[in-house]
Write a protein that binds this ligand. Structure first.
Ligand code: ADP
Length: 275
């Protein structure tokens, strides 16, 4: 474990001398610290919209003379904050479900990634509201044995992020293909590239941590919960897959979901057990 500094004591006898007491953090302690930080984060994330809602409610109650137009705009802001809380709770439930289910083998079903990708691209275009150009190259008939809802969560978070973090006029490219990784093993890759601002290298390893954001104002402004990439990572991992992130500041980012694929010719159940 890492040594943790418990206390730094200046000795009263010698101004220059400092006694540092350290302790190893055990795995259990680290887990506990992670949990405490998580609860603190969730509390903070929920408190912020609640404070806004309560503030406007108070104003509406105390000032019946406010013009109708202003009352309406307060109501809209409150409903936006309510939606934020609802999204956060939905993402928290998804994440906790993903973290508690480890073995999905008995619940896997054939999922057509081509159809899933088409659906997610369609939804991303609605979200973009014609602010971006979309290029999509989806190979037909790509299947994995998995859980439809979780794969949807992974794909949609990657693509919706591209829409949310790419300025208007930008281009979002979506590719889906399959490649051989061994004579009898294939993998499917769902890749989203954007022409957004990109992400500095030091942030990349942390992006899948819960509530990690490069720019929290921007994330919240665009409706982000801070949990999207954590959800994507877990959803891919339960399929034996992984998330790969490449980014260049100033030119854009590429997120790739890599999934081991079943060999259809060998039957749906037996051949895609991840290593
Ligand atoms: P959020 O709800 O904040 O988007 P995510 O877990 O989905 O949470 O993403 C974590 C952070 O990663 C975001 O806050 C943002 O800083 C960064 N990020 C994710 N996708 C992109 C992207 N396509 N371009 C630039 N930054 C991104």
């Amino acid at each position: 474990g890492l040594p943790r500094i418990l206390n730094i004591i200046r000795t009263p006898f010698d101004e220059q001398a400092t006694l540092i007491i350290t302790q190893d953090i055990t795995a259990a302690e680290q887990l506990n610290a992670t949990r405490t930080a998580f609860v603190a984060n969730v509390s903070h994330e929920l408190r912020t919209p609640l404070t806004v809602i309560n503030g406007f409610l108070e104003t509406l109650t105390d000032m019946p003379e406010l013009p109708q137009e202003q009352r309406q705009s307060f109501i809209e802001l409150m409903s936006k904050e309510g939606a934020r809380m609802r999204n956060l709770l939905a993402d928290l439930l998804t994440l906790s479900r993903l973290e508690s289910q480890t073995d999905i083998s008995s619940r896997r079903q054939p999922v057509c990634l081509t159809a899933l990708a088409e659906q997610v691209v369609h939804e991303a275009m609605l979200l973009s509201a014609e602010k971006h150009s979309f290029i999509s190259e989806l190979a037909s008939d790509i299947w994995v044995n998995g859980i439809q809802q979780d794969l949807y969560n992974a794909f949609s978070n990657l693509l919706f992020n591209a829409v949310r973090y790419t300025p208007p006029q930008g281009t979002i490219s979506i590719r889906l293909w399959s490649q051989n990784v061994a004579p009898d093993a294939k993998q499917a890759i769902f890749q989203v590239s954007d022409t957004g601002g990109g992400i500095a290298a030091e942030h990349i390893p942390h992006l899948t941590e819960r509530f990690y954001r490069v720019d929290s104002g921007r994330s919240r402004q665009s409706g982000g919960t801070g949990l999207g990439l954590a959800i994507a990572k877990h959803a891919l991992a339960e399929h034996g897959g992984k998330l790969e992130i490449e980014s260049v500041v100033g030119s854009g980012s590429t997120f790739s979901a890599v999934l081991p694929q079943m060999e259809i010719s060998k039957g749906l159940d037996s051949s895609d057990t991840p290593a």
